[in-house]
Ligand binder design. Structure first.
Ligand code: IFM
Length: 461
């Protein structure tokens, strides 16, 4: 790996950042956000179908019914990936396509779709990275209690085995869950995401059962011969702006260590357990659960978007997705933000990666998501998204600096390949490096896609 300053006449000094040999470059998506074909070939309803069709839950009543129509256009999308030189593509499998009832009968037609997708990727030299759960829980399982119910963890492991049985001969890297914090706390506590529940105790139970599902699925994937098993978390360095530490520590426990410590150390942090005990108790954590959750992991997937700033604020009520944060204020972002209103701060990625390799040195790191929404507008056949190029450039430099500081970072997957259904924001927020005209389904690689192609080609900046 090298970093040097290149100066050419008339140009500003441009620091070069070359990544280690074998560094994996790619892009990511998720099933409900891009596939569409919501009722085709035996797919059953998911909690996101129900939620998005509930008035007032998603901006302008948008749904994933059609999305990017990737279910039918996957071959075009794979060709796009190959044109961009991507080495890896991270996608998720829709549980309700494969096991429409959540448990029981397997829908062969659903598996056939992923079979075709994997073959197409491999034929184009793109390595598939499978995520088994990116939030589209089959609705019948939610009707039986959702992730707040313990049985869901076992059903998830059964479904994982079914998918591995079909794709395991061609897929090496298996990620169990995407962002369990979001699934549990936006889904069951703040109600901003499906299934839209507002019950802190249910959210803590959901978080534990998601982790249990991860552990059970990891065991069954491993037993079936999966080469690499991973878990993807949304992680954020928590910074306390008033000079104190307690507020940052507490929020770090809820957001980061609640998942890192059980999965990678086999125990919950004590400070977290104190909060859980006050929100429904600890009865759902059974003897032996932490041994199941603590499975050997090959990769920790990191979804990084921004740091979290907090300060002590006596009298402040708890923030909706963060039970136990009474007397803490989540500071409004200062400085530049993306179209989501999220602060742009690449240094958070560097500090996060360095911390993870320091605190959890046994696991390799992969950035499974990083990117930004901006208000892109096509200009003929071009989308000039300089703001996204600057965002990605800054974050890749931060990733490079983290590697130089000792982080065991193996690759970077941009979020997202395509503009897509951004959950409660519908199609109003565009994260893609490829623009989608949702009226015509025309795909237009943005300037950031062409820029990223060069990054991949040069293995750096
Ligand atoms: O679109 C989401 C993705 O599904 C999970 N991580 C964050 C992205 C942007 O909000």
């Amino acid at each position: 790996m090298t970093e040097q300053t290149i100066t050419t006449t008339g140009e500003a000094a441009a620091p070069r950042a070359v990544f280690p040999d074998g560094f994996v470059w790619g892009a990511a998506t998720a099933s409900y956000q891009i596939e569409g074909a919501a009722t085709e070939d035996g797919r059953g309803p998911s909690i996101w179908d129900t939620f998005s069709k509930t008035p007032g839950k998603v901006a302008d009543g948008h749904t994933g019914d059609v999305a990017c129509d990737h279910y039918h256009r996957y071959a075009d999308d794979v060709r796009l990936m190959a044109d961009l030189g991507l080495a890896a593509y991270r996608f998720s499998v829709a549980w309700p396509r494969v096991v429409p009832g959540g448990t029981g009968a397997v829908n062969a037609a659903g598996l056939d779709f992923y079979d075709r997708l994997v073959d197409e990727l491999l034929a184009h030299g793109v390595t598939p990275y499978v995520t088994l759960y990116h939030w589209d829980l089959p609705q019948p399982l939610e009707d039986a209690g959702g992730w707040a119910a313990r049985d869901t963890a076992r059903h998830f492991a059964d479904y994982a085995a079914v998918v591995h049985e079909r794709l395991g001969d061609r897929v090496r890297t298996w990620t169990t869950l995407n962002e369990p914090w979001v699934a549990a706390f936006l889904g069951y506590c703040s109600g901003e995401h499906a299934p839209g529940r507002r019950d802190p105790a249910a959210a803590f139970r959901a978080a534990h059962h998601l982790l249990l599902g991860h552990g059970l699925a990891a065991q069954s994937l491993r037993a079936a011969g999966a080469a690499e098993v991973a878990l993807t978390l949304n992680l954020s360095p928590v910074v306390q702006t008033d000079g104190g530490e307690d507020a940052a520590r507490l929020v770090d426990g809820l957001l980061n260590r609640q998942f890192l410590d059980p999965a990678l150390r086999g125990r919950y942090p004590e400070d977290l357990l104190e909060i859980v005990a006050r929100h429904g108790g600890l009865g759902h954590i059974k003897d032996g659960d932490l041994d199941v959750i603590h499975q050997p992991l090959d990769l920790l997937g990191i979804n990084y978007y921004n740091p979290t700033h907090v300060s002590a604020a006596p009298g402040q009520p708890a923030a909706p997705p963060f039970p136990g944060t009474e007397d803490i204020r989540f500071d409004p972002p200062a400085g530049p933000t993306t179209a989501m209103g999220w602060p742009i701060d690449p240094s958070g990625l560097e500090s996060l990666l360095v911390r993870l390799s320091r605190d959890y040195p046994e696991v390799g790191l992969l950035v499974t998501e990083n990117g930004a929404a901006f208000d892109d507008r096509p200009d003929g056949d071009r989308v000039r998204d300089d703001d996204r190029v600057a965002f990605l450039d800054g974050h890749l430099r931060a990733a490079h600096a983290a590697i130089a500081a000792g982080a065991d970072l193996r690759g970077y997957l941009v979020w997202s390949l395509l503009d897509n259904f951004e959950w409660a924001f519908g199609y109003h927020k565009r994260f893609g490096i490829v623009y989608i005209d949702f009226e015509t389904q025309r795909r237009v690689p943005k300037d950031s896609a062409l820029w990223y192609r060069e990054v991949v080609r040069r293995n750096g900046l």
